[in-house]
Write a protein that binds this ligand. Sequence first.
Ligand code: NDP
Length: 315
Amino acid sequence: MQETKKVAFIGLGAMGWGIAGNLALAARDGRIDSPVTVWNRTTERAERHAAEFGTCCAYVISDLSKVDVIISCLPTSVEVTAMAEKLAPDLKSGTLWIDCTSGDPNTTKNIAYKLREVGVKMIDCPVSGGPQGAASGQLTAMVGGDDCQEARHIISLFARNKIVDCGPIGAGHAVKAMNNCLNAAHIIVAGEALLALTKCGVQPEVALNAINASSGRSLQTEVRIPTEILTRKFDYGFKLGLMLKDVRTAVEILGSREEMCNDDCLCILPVVKNMMKKAVDDQGYHADYTCVLRTLEREAGVELHAASSTEPKII
Ligand code: NDP
C-alpha cells in the first residue's frame, strides 16, 4: 500500500463535495495516513462536510499551509490563482498541488511556475463524470504535468474510471476544455435534430429509440436528453456558466494559432460558444447546462417531452 501524508481539499462545490468525500473514506480505511482537511469559502459547507464524512474543517486558510498535498476544485483558474497567491508564502517546500478545477491551460502554467519558485509542484487534473461520478469516486481524470507516484495514488482514490496522462502542465485542462466543447456541441446538435423531428410529428422518444441504435447516437442522446430534458428536470448538476467558461477556453485554444481559424472550416467550436453564450444570457450563469435546450426550444417554438401525448407541445 502506497503511503501518503496530510491532504487538504479546497472547494466543496457540486464536484468537490464528492471528491473530498472519497478522500475521507480513504483516510478512514487507512489509504491516506491522516484525516483530510477541508476548506470552503462558505465555512458552513465545510462544517457540514466534516459532520458527514469525518473531515477536519479548516476555518482559516492558514490551516492549509502545513499539509503535504493540496487539492483544489474551484470554478475557474482565477480563483485558483487567488488561492495559490494567498497560500504560496506559507506552503512547505515539497508540497504537491493537484488542481481538479476545469481551468485555463496558460493560467495554470503561470500558477505552476510561481509555485515552483517556492518548491511546490503543481499538476492539473480536471475530471469528468459529474456530481454523481464524484460521489461514487468513478471519475475520469485528465492529468497534465510530470507524472508522480504520489499524485497518481491520490487521484486513484476518486478517479477510478480512468486516469489519462495528457502531457505537460496545462495539457489536462486543454483536453478537458475540448471534451466539454464536444459535450455542448453534441447536446445542441441532438436537441436541434429532435426539435426538427418533433415539428414533423415524430416523438422524441421514438426518434431516440432509432438514433440510439444507429450511428448518430452519443452520451447526450443515450442518457442526458432522456433523463434531463424529456423528463423536464434540467438538473444534471453542472452550471451553464461553467460550461460556457470551458467552451470559451476551447475556442481560445483553437484561435491561438491563426492559421487554424478561418470562415470556411474550424468554425464549429465558435458556433457552440455563441450558442452557450446566448443560453447564459437567456437563463443565467447558475442554470443547469442542459437548459441550453430550453433556449433552443424557445427559438423553435416547441418543447421536447416524454411521450404522454401524441401531439408535440407548441410554445
Ligand atoms: P460549484 O459552483 O458547485 O462549486 C464551486 C466551489 O468553488 C464552491 O465550493 C464555492 O464556494 C467555491 N468558490 C466559488 N468562488 C470562490 C472564490 N472566489 N474563492 C474561493 N472559493 C470559491 O462548481 P462545481 O463543483 O460544479 O465545479 C467546480 C469545477 O469543476 C469547475 O471548474 C467545473 O467546471 C468543474 N467540473 C464540474 C462538473 C459538474 O458536473 N458540476 C463536472 C466536471 C468538472 P461556496 O460554497 O462558498 O460558493
